[in-house]
Each structure stands twice: as structure tokens, then as C-alpha cells.
Ligand binder design. Sequence first.
Ligand code: F6R
Length: 258
Amino acid sequence: MQIGIFTDETALATTAAKHLIKILNNSENKVLGLATGSTPLPLYEQLRAANRAGKFTLRGVQGFALDEYVGIAADHPERYRNVLRAELVGDDKTGLREEDLHTPEGNAADPRQAAADYDAAIKAAGGIAIQILGIGADGHIGFNEPGTSLTSRTHVDVLTEQTRRDNARFFENDMDKVPSQCITQGLGTIMEAKYIMLIATGENKATAVRELVEGGISARWQASMLQMHPNALILVDEAAASELQLAVFYRERWNHNL
Ligand code: F6R
């Protein structure tokens, strides 16, 4: 696990974009795992800028979302498919093609079957080359909430009250409007990505980041499972790093540029 600590958001997003572009360019398997939420937005802006400048394109890349709400209207702007479409799809964005954007079918008649099909589709695409992740204040990645099996596959699950409260900002500040169920890649699915890049910003992520990096591996803090991943890059700002006990060492190791 490599930990990069940044003083400003732009430097963090620039480094994230640089790593993502390098890994995808060097990977035979052009499959990108996409997160939604606020945290990756500056990274997506960097990818749009790189596409505008003719330096990089997601054209030809297969994008797989981490998760999707169950039972959200197809045209709802917060449906993750719509969020990712608005951020990434089209030559005026990152070059990603609509048909190459894959999201779990949250409105399927049988969401459990849709989850199993989604897991199989990731495998059929050859697996994810690099998975972008955010982290919830309760340590969730994807929507794997505390207590989920650390080897789970893509599955239907329930959001905690805290996650619904956190996400209410996207739903007119009304947590009752936040869907209570989702389809999410499981920890077992996420762990199969060749590279992981988790980004966390803000003080409300500090405890989750501490548990992710320095806590014991436990289902209570789902992200702690990433300690077992051979290629996990954790990019955080000062606020999210504020509870790390070994921050001085992580900075020193980062400066060695391994
Ligand atoms: C989003 C996702 C979630 C978010 C997490 C943090 O696809 O799977 O795990 O990454 O809830 O959300 P933000 O970035 O909005 O704080």
C-alpha cells in the first residue's frame, strides 16, 4: 500500500490522473472501474482536460461502475449511470462511449440476478485493470457497509442510515429520498482489480482512512481489506490524513518515488 498525502485538491487530482493514465496506457486490458460520489469529480475533470488536450482518451476503454441504486427512476440525475454519463461519456468529455459504460441494472425485475450478471460481465471483460474508489465515513467502499463479508461478490445490499444521511445532499437534503438499497461490487470483486486507487478528502473521512491504513482488517471497516491488496494506492488530503499515526513515514516513503 502506498499512501500519498497532498496539501491541495488539484495536486491530488493531477497525481491520480497521471497514475490512471499510465496504468491504462500500459495495460493490455483496457477496463476501468469507476466510482461516483463527490470525491472523484476533480479526477474526472482532469481526464476531460487530458482528452481536450488530445493527450488521453477513454475511447475504447470499458468502464464498469462500482455500484448503482436500486429502484431509482431511469432519468433521475443521481442515478449513477446518469452521473457517470454526464461526467465521462462523449468525445466532448473523456471519449468514453455510451455502449462501453457498464452499470448494474438497479431497476431489473430481479436485482439479484442483475448483480450476478454484472459480476460475470466484469470477468468476461477480462477483469478490471484499475479500480477508482472513494470511501464512506463508515469505511464503506462501493456500498459495502460494515458487517458485509470481506469476500462478497456483486450483490444487492442496504445502505446504512449514515450513508443515506451523507448522500442526502444529492437528494434535496432529504435522506428519505435516498434509495435504501443498491447493487454493489463486493469486496471480493473489488479485490480482483489489478490496481486500486482510493481517494479520500475532508476531515469526515479521517477516521475511515486511519482504519483503512492502520487498523486491523475487519468487516467493521470494509476498506481495511485493501491492506491485503498488492497494488493499492491511497491518495488523501491533509484533512483525511489527520488521524494517521505514521504520516511522517508515509510522506518519506512517497518521496522515495518507488
Ligand atoms: C460511489 C461509492 C461510494 C463513495 C463513498 C464516498 O460509487 O461507491 O463508496 O465512494 O460513499 O462518497 P463521496 O465521495 O461522495 O464522499
